[in-house]
Design a protein around this ligand. Structure first.
Ligand SMILES: C[S@@+](CC[C@H](N)C(=O)[O-])C[C@H]1O[C@@H](n2cnc3c(N)ncnc32)[C@H](O)[C@@H]1O
Length: 415
């Protein structure tokens, strides 16, 4: 889906030395206002208490939940997530290194022989299974290399996504030979999902770019942030961009507070689309894709197939932060040290040039749900068909965009 557009980025790895960035002490967890309900033991435990900060989520015109296309049909996420896979592939080695160098298994298993791992925003596979498999293999390798004499741990893997995610397809495709106990955890990661101090390793790939709601002001004709006839911030005014940025900051605050409560000791590995420091937002590759979709919607308005108000009342709740912005949020939270932060190039894992048609299918698998909830299936099917018809134009647009280093990989360690 969306963020994987960043995977089309040619190589430039941008390295930030995180050691110098952070120093503040961990915030007191007593101040943390969120309370989770439910049990780690339940296979599907509904998170039924939302933070007060999130209580206005459902008032946004775009609903909070944006599931990927389920099932395994031609438009499904399972069949069209090759770009996300590339993002995971490019992160694999770095995850291996993080586990080898930073995960303190002896400490983690001091009180229990179970290692608890969560994948946040897992969608319907197959990428989540592949990543979890890699994580477990890396832990096993570490175990073997260290010739650890204590009992080998057992693994509990929690697959999290919105309740509307196609968990049926996910569970039906769980690898039969898996070496872990699997559980699904429905609910938003913009709030508590797990009991206090219960997790040892949290992973999330291509999911944190989704905001909890459409930013304030974008739908209000009287607001300077009104984003009329656009659906994203790439070519919008500074006021629109600032509204997106402000929402991302709020969401990250909630996300990091929740994870700080849930992770006892251990690591959090995040992989998400990013805007490299110093690059203008108009160069964001997936932003160009969104603009491309919006131009088809505008054509349809001009042809009288839908009304303008429908277009004006829709914006995609997605944001790609810069490394500096992310570092600042982690510093503000104060509970994690940045062990690694690096811009990566998932395009290096894709053979041949970017296939614009494939990219549109991939975009459809990831965003059809959020578009359809607002516009209805017919308009959205027409929008994607029109885009497929103009795929040659998209190819040249992408070639002229700045696609360097637009995936951000982070390893955070609970202080
Ligand atoms: C592009 S998919 C990535 C899936 C998978 N991690 C991968 O790499 O292929 C993003 C997923 O994040 C989920 N997501 C977005 N916001 C979320 C939230 N607040 N809480 C839980 N899941 C969320 C979406 O429903 C979607 O399944």
């Amino acid at each position: 889906m969306v963020m994987s557009e960043c995977n089309i980025i040619p190589l430039i790895n941008y390295l930030v030395n995180p050691g110098n960035i952070l120093s503040s002490d961990c915030d007191s967890v007593e101040n943390f206002a969120y309370k989770a309900k439910g049990s780690l033991n339940s296979q599907v435990s509904e998170r039924d208490t939302q933070s007060s900060e999130m209580s206005d989520i459902h008032s946004a015109s775009v609903p909070e939940s944006f599931p990927m296309n389920g099932g395994d049909g031609p438009y499904s996420y399972a069949k069209n997530s090759v770009y996300q896979k590339a993002a995971s592939d490019v992160a694999k080695e770095m995850i291996d290194e993080a586990i080898a160098e930073k995960l303190e298994i002896k400490i983690l298993t001091a009180t229990s022989n179970t290692l608890r791992i969560a994948d946040l925003g897992c969608a319907v596979g197959p990428n989540t299974f592949m990543t979890m498999q890699n994580v477990l293999q890396a832990i096993e390798r570490k175990y073997q290399n260290q010739d650890l004499t204590f009992k080998k741990p057992e693994f509990n893997v929690f697959f999290n996504d919105h309740a509307a995610n196609d968990f049926n397809t996910l569970f039906a495709s769980l690898p039969p030979d898996r070496q872990y106990f699997a559980a699904g955890v429905p609910g938003s990661f913009h709030g508590r999902l797990f009991p206090e101090s219960s997790l040892h390793l949290v992973h999330s790939s291509q999911a944190l770019q989704w905001l909890s709601k459409v930013p304030e002001g974008l739908l209000d004709k009287n607001s300077p942030a009104w984003n009329n006839r656009r659906i994203f911030y790439t070519t919008a005014s500074n006021e629109v961009f600032n509204a997106y940025e402000a929402q991302f900051i709020k969401d990250m605050e909630v996300f990091l507070k929740a994870r700080a409560e849930e992770i006892a000791v251990g690591l959090m590995v995040l992989n998400l689309p990013a805007l490299p420091d110093g690059i203008h937002r108009s160069q964001l590759p997936f932003g160009l894709l969104f603009d491309f979709l919006a131009s088809s919607l505008r054509d349809m308005v001009n042809e009288g197939l839908m009304n303008e108000a429908q277009l004006d009342s829709f914006n995609l709740p997605v944001y790609a932060p810069s490394p500096k912005e992310m570092a600042l949020q982690v510093e503000r939270n104060g509970c994690f040290s940045v062990e690694r932060m690096e811009l990566t190039d998932p395009a290096s894992k894709i053979n041949g040039p970017v296939d614009a048609r494939k990219l549109i299918m991939h975009l459809r698998a990831g965003t059809e749900g959020v578009f359809s909830k607002h516009f209805g299936h017919e308009i959205v099917a027409e929008m994607f068909e029109r885009c497929l018809g103009k795929s040659a134009k998209l190819s040249s647009l992408l070639e002229s965009s700045n696609m360097k280093g637009a995936q951000l990989f982070l390893v955070l360690k609970r202080k």
